[in-house]
Design a protein. Sequence first.
Lengths: 486, 95
Amino acid sequence: MKASPDHLTIHEAHRLLQSKQLSSVELTKSYLERISQVEPRVRAFITLTDELALEQARKADERIASGEATPLTGIPVLIKDVICTRGVRTTCASRILENFVPIYDATVVERLKKCGAVLIGKANMDEFAMGSSTENSAFFVTHNPWDLSRVPGGSSGGSAAAVAADEVPYALGSDTGGSIRQPAGFCSVVGLKPTYGRVSRYGLVAFASSLDQIGPLTQDVTDCALVLNAIAGYDDRDSTSVPHPLPDYTQSLVGDLRGLRLGVPKEYFVEGMQAEVATAIKAAIAKLEELGAEVEWEVSLPHTPYALAVYYIIAPSEASANLARYDGVKYGFSYQADNMWESMEKTRQYGFGAEVKRRIMLGTYALSAGYYEAWYLKAQKVRTLIRWEFAQAFERFDALITPTSPTVPFKIGERVDDPLQMYLSDVCTLPINIAGVPAISIPAGFAGSLPIGMQIIGKPFSEETILKIAYAYEQATEWHKRRPNI
Amino acid sequence: MRLTREEVLHIARLARLGLTEAEVEKLREQLSNILENFEVLQQVDTTDVPPTAQAIDLQNVMRSDEVAPSLPQSQILANAPRREGEYFRVRAVLE
């Protein structure tokens, strides 16, 4: 029996469980041990559900013994704390939901439970998923396992850091403007934002409803496909989920890129991009070419520079509406003042952190009488132009390749006082949410000891294609095998 | 594009968001800077371009109106900060 999980992937752990070399209880205990060792330095967990995990592990062992295991049975998972888990506190890293215990499971959690997954905890994040560094958590900052003085990215920073630090084999995150891919890039793990509508969002606490998606953070592309198989598909409780046929995503893991046409949009190599990042991504694209793909190096998506403004008007506008529900009446923190309006205003004043307030204010402004047309409606129209531009590009290309982020992970504290500087770290990822298309970030190099991620963007519902490209690159390189020294 | 203190207070009131004096000033400064940066959008020609509310081609998703089990009242009320019997308790709306 193995004393330490030692970076087992899902598919490796599954093999050990199936062949009875390891039980789920042993596997779970070894992760709990690893968590107790590294968690004081990484701080990825808001809630550790150790007792629940061991109970689920015992049930998983029975299921494995009966020969009815799925690829996820008996394997621990960490859930971002913006996804509802019945009976397990779900805080969104906010004071306003500090003691909130959901009365139902999100559809993705329900599906993982049906697969026999072992829920080991809830991950730290930027409050209400608003941020790019996990520094906006109301509780504590998560540290990047590759360099503890740096951020893990965000908002799914706890999910990415925990996977990188081997506290858990995989995690779920949510991605509204890059919140899965950017931390995946910063922590050298695989992170997928599926097509809008591919994965049910029932039970995902709403931030920006036209942009939010749930997706996996894993150690390799095979695991990504396995988790997507489990969570994707139509759900009648989410009216934005799409009833398209669901493929077996592991069928895409074939490693042959011949016949695929890839485009490299030049606007993503933005001014201010770190030289090592551009160099690493260009080398990675050359590798894809070597693997048989046809690459056009100078594609133009001219509206890309407007994506940042479009995103930071639309997302806060939707957030300001979605967060109106936190009024201190139905659930969550409640300040009791003398009258109703003051109770509500004080509840929100003390319950929300600085970035959440900033976005509620920005969104309320953009939607307010006299400004709606100039800001919100204008942003929605430019959003159309960005969508059209992607649609045109996808007439010529099967996928587009870019860096995930313009820089390597930055220092904790470096950008907290400059919101615009912080927003710029999403500049390569947020156009993808605006267009609603799928994209994956995979490890593609290092600057010194700091990770660099490559983003592969696909047509709507072409997760199979981007997984295929990601898998071929991964099999031809060694980046995903490097481990942080923690 | 510089916001005034009054504008910040007006937006905060629309959002029912209490702010300290220091927050009002900081938000005035930060929101002004952000909006100034976003004025680039006005350069884009959007004549005859329809707005996008969401990115996929789903419209008017309907379901049949069938009675199905819903969550029990006791659970719905379980997280209520203040309740009275089977109700959420709130401060008086009309005084």
